[in-house]
Ligand binder design. Structure first.
Ligand SMILES: Cc1cc2nc3c(=O)[nH]c(=O)nc-3n(C[C@H](O)[C@H](O)[C@H](O)COP(=O)(O)OP(=O)(O)OC[C@H]3O[C@@H](n4cnc5c(N)ncnc54)[C@H](O)[C@@H]3O)c2cc1C
Length: 466
């Protein structure tokens, strides 16, 4: 008689949902525990001007194909939408300029192209264009920082005018603190190509508009959470929302048998605390647990009625270079310019913009502000970024959400948990759905294989002893 392996998945963000699905598909009996009242973690929607808007992740990178594959398995392929090919901009102290298309992490794939020359100037563009001719740098390894690598190979201008705003906008982290170990795709492409420019080309089709290598689901990425939750229900996974797991020994609800194996898909700080709690003999309360507080970022969404935005003055959105006077936001997405389906969901005169706040090492400028103050700051920032003075009475609706992310620093080393415990989540596999989805699937398969092996061994030893 075969015994079903039981698994407890802790955390109902995308990593936990994907891992739970993979485990259930592999034949395990799965229970999922999520602290919040809703599933999805940092993929969540909120209502704005009569329709939902993503207030966390709003798209996925198509690289690798793992998210698309999941979407196809969930029969959502017909719901995939692509951003309008308007490109995005960078706003610096001196001026606002379109980001060169086809780059990766701000590294231009065509440094002598018109857009690159406008941002970098002739000298900066020439300096970058010579990079493929430089010999391969053998001293580069996974501990090398993005800043160090870009400065050495492409020069200060590429670092300051392109890579820094993109790194701060996407990772909330300065390139000086982003090591190649956190940027696996770029690191692998660089190792393969021996040149950053060629690596950027291989990571993105240089003919696509900047920011074009992403896709989303019609109506928003929260649709992925809904589809995953429905699939988990179909697969018989028991889902416990509003259930915070505080200690690994005691989290099962009353009467439930402890699980054979555990998959932790919680943020890094929680995961470290939970692992310490399962090993009470070796981790005394007085021992430092190397817990690092997360970094906070805030997203503010505004619904604006102003026909001057019909022209999408900053394309799909803009990244703001640090130190740009008079702008506290680090990035703005013009949601209704970027996604045609989002435009169609509301009155055509209403534009939606999303601003994000909170750079590496500092609290978002907005967190201490009241709603009215925060929305007023967002209106002023949006005016400056978009180059259109937006009147206060043009704001039809507003929403805000503060996120805590423990992925802003790579100072913590990966953990090696005890046998029978697997780890998933963006702090393990890399920020963003394109890394989280395949990572969670792989972690689930590894855990299942390990549990199966243990089960087989115990069956064999039982047979031998009879
Ligand atoms: C503002 C913002 C915008 C982003 N935009 C994008 C984007 O456009 N594209 C993209 O690919 N990525 C984006 N990301 C990153 C992406 O959202 C994350 O990488 C991904 O969602 C992380 O998923 P996760 O499951 O690892 O973590 P989370 O989503 O954080 O899930 C962890 C879950 O664990 C739960 N939990 C914590 N402690 C406990 C406990 N003790 N017991 C039970 N449950 C617990 C939490 O409530 C949470 O639901 C964005 C992130 C933010 C914050």
């Amino acid at each position: 008689m075969s015994t079903r392996i039981t698994v407890a998945v802790v955390g109902g963000g995308i990593a936990g949902l994907v891992a739970a699905r993979e485990l259930a598909l592999g034949g395990a009996e799965v229970s999922l525990y999520e602290r919040a009242s809703e599933l999805g973690g940092r993929v969540r929607s909120t209502a704005l001007a009569g329709a939902p808007i993503d207030i966390g992740a709003e798209a996925f990178a198509t690289r690798g194909g793992a998210v698309m594959q999941l979407i196809e398995e969930l029969r959502l392929a017909s719901e995939v939408v692509r951003p309008e090919p308007l490109g995005s901009w960078v706003v610096t102290e001196e001026r606002s300029l379109p980001l060169p298309p086809g780059g990766a992490l701000g590294i231009p794939s065509a440094p002598l192209g018109r857009a690159s020359r406008r941002v970098l100037g002739t000298w900066g563009a020439l300096r970058a264009a010579l990079e493929p001719l430089l010999p391969r740098d053998r001293t580069v390894d996974r501990a090398t920082t993005l800043a160090d690598l870009v400065r050495r190979r492409l020069g200060e201008r590429v670092l300051d005018r392109l890579v820094r705003p993109v790194a701060l906008g996407v990772y909330s982290t300065a390139p000086e603190e982003l090591s190649l170990s956190r940027l696996r795709d770029l690191a692998e492409a660089y190792e393969r190509e021996g040149s950053l420019i060629r690596a950027a080309r291989s990571l993105r089709d240089s003919s696509s508009a900047a920011g074009g290598a992403v896709a989303a689901l019609r109506g928003g990425m929260a649709g992925l959470v809904t589809a995953l939750a429905a699939d988990l229900e179909r697969l018989g996974v028991s889902i416990h929302t509003g259930h915070s797991v505080e200690h690994l020994g005691t989290f099962a609800p009353d009467g439930a048998e402890p699980a054979d194996t555990i998959l932790l898909a919680t943020p890094e700080v929680t995961t470290r605390a939970l692992l310490a709690s399962s090993d009470a003999d070796s981790v005394g309360d007085d021992q430092p647990r190397e817990l690092q507080p997360g970094t906070r970022v805030e997203v503010i969404a505004l619904a604006i009625e102003d026909s001057r935005l019909d022209a999408a003055p900053r394309g799909t959105g803009a990244l703001v270079a640090p130190g740009t006077p008079g702008i506290a936001a680090k990035a703005l997405t013009h949601v209704t310019a970027k996604w045609a389906d989002r435009r169609a969901m509301r009155d055509s005169s209403v534009h939606v913009v999303r601003l994000s706040y909170g750079r590496a090492g500092s609290e978002p400028e907005t967190v201490a502000l009241s709603d009215a103050e925060a929305y007023e700051l967002a209106r002023q920032d949006a005016s400056r970024i978009l180059g259109v003075e937006l009147r206060a009475d043009a704001i039809r609706d507003a929403a805000r959400k503060i996120w805590v992310t423990s992925t802003a620093t790579d100072a913590n080393q990966p953990l090696t948990p005890q046998p029978g415990i697997g780890l998933a989540g963006d702090w393990v596999h890399g920020t963003g759905l394109a890394s989280v989805v395949p990572g969670a699937r792989q972690a689930a398969r590894a855990l299942l294989a390990e549990a199966q092996h243990t089960l087989n061994e115990s069956d064999e030893s039982q047979v031998r002893s009879t």
